[in-house]
Ligand binder design. Sequence first.
Ligand SMILES: O=P(O)(O)OC[C@H]1O[C@H](OP(=O)(O)OP(=O)(O)O)[C@H](O)[C@@H]1O
Ligand code: HPA
Ligand SMILES: [Mg+2]
Length: 179
Amino acid sequence: MKNDMKEILLTEEQIQQKIKELGQAITKEYEGRFPLVVGVLKGALPFMADLIKAVDTHLEIDFMDVSSYGKSTVSSGEVKIVKDLDTKVEGRDVLIVEDIIDSGLTLSYLIELFKYRKAKSVKVVTLLDKPEGRKVDLVPDMTGFVVPDEFVVGYGLDFAERYRNLPYVGILKPEVYEG
Ligand SMILES: O=P(O)(O)OC[C@H]1O[C@H](OP(=O)(O)OP(=O)(O)O)[C@H](O)[C@@H]1O
Ligand code: HPA
Ligand SMILES: [Mg+2]
């Protein structure tokens, strides 16, 4: 898989070190509040798995599956709920866990949804932020790394469902996705 990469942006060590720091910040913020930590499938899976282990206070986890990219590298703009939460968010401190914020469409949809469902608070932690991709105004509460305006893969992020299992984040060679 490494042969498909133009560049490795973030190594496994860099990612794991950052997760320790984010875990400490989340522990501090949510101590004694029993937050509902919502992972956005599928991309957030590896990040969520490592992040919750770095948090040292009680929390509950749940997942939502939404999709707007399909096989494309550009957002369709239409956010589709594939799987909803099993948990009631009313009165809860909700922390959404994302692998990447690009256009911001997925998250702005989820934030509005949880507010409508009367969450006590809604915050966002994202491993990657791609501010140049933004189509709606959205600033995450906690960010691991800011990435350039290129299609990145690995550590949960896919291209046509591949590369999610890489332990690092990289940029694909154009010939891989232009096929
Ligand atoms: O800010 P946006 O432009 O909305 O992009 C970010 C979202 O897109 C990706 O998910 P995708 O819809 O590809 O589903 P996946 O996690 O299953 O790959 C990513 O995991 C984020 O959830
Ligand atoms: O750069 C990206 N890579 C993979 N999935 C994505 N979803 C939004 N942006 C990206
Ligand atoms: Mg995807």
